[in-house]
Design a protein around this ligand. Structure first.
Ligand code: GRF
Length: 243
């Protein structure tokens, strides 16, 4: 032992204590390609935390297999076994809380959440939506955008509030609508952008850089604009090595 005063020992011990790993629970209903994008980041130690459980309301969801494959606890909680939305969300809250998450990530979870659920986890739930919010809240966003003849579409990550697809936006990625674009081709391009921006938003949150405030989200303590951080078509295309 050196002759360093004991107070320094205490400080050294304190400084070397590892920070607790941030815990993430992901909710899905289907394929889980966004879940896969998050798993891939985790595999490369780039997520800033750990996905501790994946929960699906659809027992046959392919995303559950993706979770098992990655060694993540995969839980089927079928909504059809519950009489009401309130009863289901009550059960969902219990399963989620058992995993003590810092963050809940909705990745294609096709259910409307009750106010009780939203309030319980307010500020700790992110969702990804296939449009440049506030445009095209709700379903069938690609078809609606094409029918309107828009020149630009995209996706958004936002905090979940009681307003469906209406919480503060964190990050968006835009895509130019090409000549002869079909719903399938547009969906594919938007999906690729989803896989790009969702891990970024999750990492910001887990690193403590991203925070919810009722009037908007903040990044590094600065209020984000209504559209969040915006990735242009060109930026995203370069990241994705698109033609
Ligand atoms: C995505 O398009 C997402 O924007 C929406 O649901 C879909 C989920 O796709 N919320 P996947 O299951 O992640 O492939």
């Amino acid at each position: 032992m050196s002759d360093t005063p004991s107070t320094s020992d205490t400080l050294t011990d304190f400084a070397s204590e590892p920070a607790a790993t941030r815990r993430v629970v992901v909710l899905i209903s289907g394929s889980g390609s966004n879940l896969q994008a998050l798993i891939d980041e985790q595999t490369h130690d780039r997520l800033g935390g750990e996905i501790v459980a994946v929960i699906s309301n659809e027992p046959a969801a392919h995303g559950l297999a993706r979770a098992r494959e990655a060694g993540i606890d995969a839980v089927a909680l079928p909504h059809r076994e519950y009489d009401s939305r309130e009863a289901y969300d009550g059960a969902l809250i219990k399963v989620i809380e058992r995993h003590e998450p810092d963050l809940i990530v909705l990745a294609g979870f096709m259910r409307i959440l009750t106010p009780r659920f939203v309030q319980r986890f307010l500020g700790r739930v992110l969702n990804i939506h296939p449009s440049l919010l506030p445009a095209y809240q709700g379903l069938h966003t690609h078809a609606r955008a094409l029918a309107d003849g828009v020149v630009e579409h995209g996706c958004s990550v936002h905090f979940v509030t009681e307003e469906l697809d209406g919480g503060p936006v964190v990050i968006q990625a835009a895509v130019d609508v090409a000549e002869g674009e079909t719903e399938t081709s547009l969906k594919e391009k938007v999906h690729a952008r989803e896989h790009l921006i969702y891990p970024i938003a999750v990492k910001w949150f887990l690193e403590g850089r991203l925070q919810f405030a009722p009037r908007g989200a903040t990044l590094d303590g600065m209020p984000l604009p209504p559209q969040g951080v915006r990735l242009s078509h060109a930026d995203a295309a370069e990241e994705l090595d698109e033609e």
